[in-house]
Design a binder for this molecule. Structure first.
Ligand SMILES: Nc1nc2c(ncn2[C@@H]2O[C@H](COP(=O)(O)OP(=O)(O)OP(=O)(O)O)[C@@H](O)[C@H]2O)c(=O)[nH]1
Ligand SMILES: C=C(OP(=O)(O)O)C(=O)O
Length: 210
């Protein structure tokens, strides 16, 4: 069954504070947008993905990402990460109560569509998650069809998602596990190969074609 994904984003000026200093201060928001653009370009080209809903703190500030073929809505109510996921989930389930809903981070600029599709296939309709490469955070959480996503993102979320019964998915998904929170993470994804938006922002000659 295909998956409807929710991707949350703060205003790019406010997000990724741990990454500050990786580029000049006036280029930070552009870097955050480039990380998201590469993530979303891979996501929209992945097999088994039906819809991609970006839940934004400020939709105007991320409007350019709509050109990649994602839907953009404003967050609503409580302004937290898990509330943004739950808002996106409610909108998607209103259209299809039996949907498989996924929560995906917007900071995976090395993502290859094949790694995402492999994870969706491995989940096989079970509530499941992919831990980040450090093993502590979560980059992807999937619901079972028509069942609650129950997102519990934040520090130590991999342990929390496992404790709530979600199945941990394969270790061999390097580009899906490589989120960018810190300058060290940015160096890691540059070695893996980032997409064209991040490459251009960092002054690299070419990104990896997605
Ligand atoms: N819409 C929305 N997105 C959020 C919210 N909190 C976090 N996000 C997004 O969720 C993703 C994962 O969050 P983190 O990795 O913790 O990113 P962050 O909060 O931007 O980073 P730090 O400031 O370094 O903690 C990022 O794409 C954030 O923009 C929120 O309250 N609302
Ligand atoms: C909020 C999370 O992301 P990060 O570790 O990227 O801050 C999380 O993994 O639950």
């Amino acid at each position: 069954m295909d998956v409807d994904l929710v991707v949350p984003m703060k205003h790019p000026r406010d997000g990724k504070s741990r990454l500050r200093g990786a580029v000049a201060a006036d280029r930070h928001a552009g870097l955050v947008l480039a990380l998201a653009a590469d993530t979303l370009a891979a996501v929209v080209s992945a097999g088994r993905v039906r819809r991609v809903l970006l839940v934004a703190a400020d939709p105007l500030a991320v409007a350019e990402l709509g050109e990649l073929g994602v839907e953009i809505v404003a967050e609503s109510g409580e302004r937290t990460l898990n509330a943004a996921f739950r808002h996106g989930e409610a909108l998607l389930k209103a259209d299809d109560p039996g949907a498989v809903v996924g929560a995906l981070q917007a900071d995976l600029p090395a993502l290859r569509a094949g790694d995402l599709t492999a994870a969706l296939t491995e989940a096989a309709g079970r509530r499941a998650f992919v831990a980040d490469r450090q093993g502590t955070g979560t980059t992807l959480l999937l619901s079972a069809p028509g069942e609650p996503l129950a997102p519990d993102f934040g520090p130590g979320s991999a342990r929390k998602h496992a404790a709530s019964g979600a199945i941990p998915l394969g270790q061999a998904l390097p580009t899906l596990r490589s989120d960018v929170d810190t300058p060290d993470d940015l160096a890691h994804v540059r070695a893996l190969g980032v997409g064209k938006h991040t490459a251009a922002h960092l002054g690299e000659p070419d990104g990896i074609p997605r």
